[in-house]
Design a protein around this ligand. Structure first.
Ligand code: ADP
Ligand code: ZN
Length: 437
């Protein structure tokens, strides 16, 4: 069996100084490309008094203006195109988690680059050409399915393009065809695990050995739950449509943060309020610059994802900088009665207290005051508990949440399997206080 540790070692293990040199060369070219081809961004640069001559390397990056999701929405559909449309071969779009969908376009070279990034993630998770990769991310406009599908082909794995949904068929194919690597959202992996367990499968009768899960935040507790139920090692993968799709960064066997594919994407951390660039190791908003994408080359794109970068040496031998798991986007944050609350904080408490990751947060407003309800499924074996015992559990969970969040929700323990399962990104928040577009 061929057992390669890296897909493209010449980049993945490049000395840091060389990576920076390569990034500088690519950045200078990329800024010229955007200036020449995207009038909207050129006008933004002009308004800031910057020209391509001012950008001599990555040390000048901070001089460039940011791009935000609103810029992309305002320029829908083709305002950001940097190549003639006839040179483009694909369109993908965001999931629209936080509003109107954004579309991105790709030349064949852009697709190749993106699929290489996914191939790196697969190889880092231990995949080689002898593996059977079950891709259960959605296919279509969403980037999850197409990205990992392409990466899996590049590695030479036997690829099962399952897409999401139809859990029974997923399990049938997984077991009949002996899938060894599963790619889907962590919430769907947890659901598949729950269903396999109900059908009597144990970790050692499930053929999988690894999983690549991303597209939404997930906690260390969920990772443990998935690894134990499926009997696998679970790897995180991060990405966003605006930058290419999954594979902007990926985890190695160390499971200590995701290596950013720095030969293609240049990362910064900024203070989300002031836009100021923060030193490495500081928590802030992640900003990406695409160094060599052709059709949709984002410069200083603000992701709204909050995390930390680390250049600390990794035992896997990769030299690419690592980003911590983003535990929520700045626009995921709920402000409830003036208190900042992230769904990931609630999830961590639930799992610590022995509940399943199936929950939903409901916010509403009564008499000008926010109401805050958390619905959580009871573990099946506790469903027969007396009303008194259940009420006591609700109270103790409320207390645990209050001490974590500084604000106590009304907790409702509900019957197992009553909260809708997601086949793609989980829907955790139902906010009835405002209407989404
Ligand atoms: P949308 O912004 O509509 O959800 P995408 O489908 O492109 O569009 O999703 C990208 C976003 O998904 C990222 O900005 C990030 O918030 C989230 N995301 C992707 N991968 C991960 C991950 N591994 N961990 C946490 N969040 C992730
Ligand atoms: Zn590593």
């Amino acid at each position: 069996m061929e057992n390669k540790k890296y897909y493209q070692p010449e980049f993945e293990t490049m000395p840091v100084e060389e990576i920076k040199k390569l990034q500088s060369e690519k950045l200078v070219k990329q800024v010229k490309h955007v200036w020449d081809n995207v009038p909207y961004y050129r006008a933004k640069m002009e308004a800031k008094g910057v020209t391509p001559d001012d950008i001599k390397g990555i040390e000048d990056l901070h001089k460039l203006p940011f791009i935000e999701k609103s810029d992309l929405r305002d320029n829908y559909p083709y305002g950001m195109l940097a190549k003639p449309l006839e040179d483009c071969v694909r369109i993908q779009s965001t999931s629209g988690t936080t509003g109107k969908r954004v579309i991105a376009y790709y030349t064949q070279q852009d697709i190749d680059l993106w699929e290489d990034c996914c191939a790196r993630a697969l190889v880092a998770a231990g995949a080689d050409k002898s593996d059977v990769v079950q891709v259960s991310y959605g296919y279509g406009l969403f980037t999850g399915g197409p990205g990992l599908n392409g990466g899996s082909h590049k590695v030479g794995c036997l690829t099962l393009p399952m897409s999401s949904g139809n859990t029974e068929r997923q399990i049938q194919f997984m077991t009949d065809l002996k899938a060894t690597v599963l790619c889907c959202t962590p919430s769907y992996a947890a659901y598949l695990g729950e269903s396999l367990k109900e059908m009597g499968y144990t970790p050692d009768t499930i053929p999988l050995k690894a999983g690549i899960f991303g597209a939404e935040p997930w906690t260390a507790e969920i990772r443990k739950n998935i690894e134990e139920t499926l009997g696998i090692k679970a790897y995180d993968i991060y990405g966003l449509t605006e930058i290419s799709g999954p594979g902007v960064s990926f985890e190695c066997e160390e499971q200590g943060g995701m290596h950013i594919n720095e030969d293609h994407f240049l990362a910064e951390i900024i203070n989300p309020e002031t836009g100021e660039v923060l030193p490495e190791g500081t928590k802030g908003e992640l900003v990406f610059t695409c160094l060599d994408k052709e059709a949709f080359p984002m410069l200083r794109y603000r992701t709204r994802d909050i995390c930390v970068l680390s250049r600390e040496k990794c035992s896997c031998g990769r030299t690419f900088i690592r980003m911590a798991k983003p535990m929520g986007r700045s626009d995921d944050m709920m402000i409830i009665r003036g208190v900042n609350v992230f769904p990931s904080q609630i999830e961590a408490v639930l799992l610590k207290e022995g509940f399943s990751p199936n929950y939903q947060i409901e916010l509403s407003r009564v008499n000008n005051s926010d109401t805050f309800d958390v619905y959580v499924e009871l573990p099946p074996e506790q469903f027969d508990d007396s009303v008194k015992t259940i009420a006591a559990k609700e109270k103790s969970l409320r207390d645990a949440l209050r001490s974590m969040l500084g604000i106590g929700p009304a907790v409702h323990l509900v019957a197992p399997k009553t909260i809708a399962r997601s086949e793609g990104k989980a829907v955790r928040i139902v906010d009835k206080r405002k209407l989404h577009d």
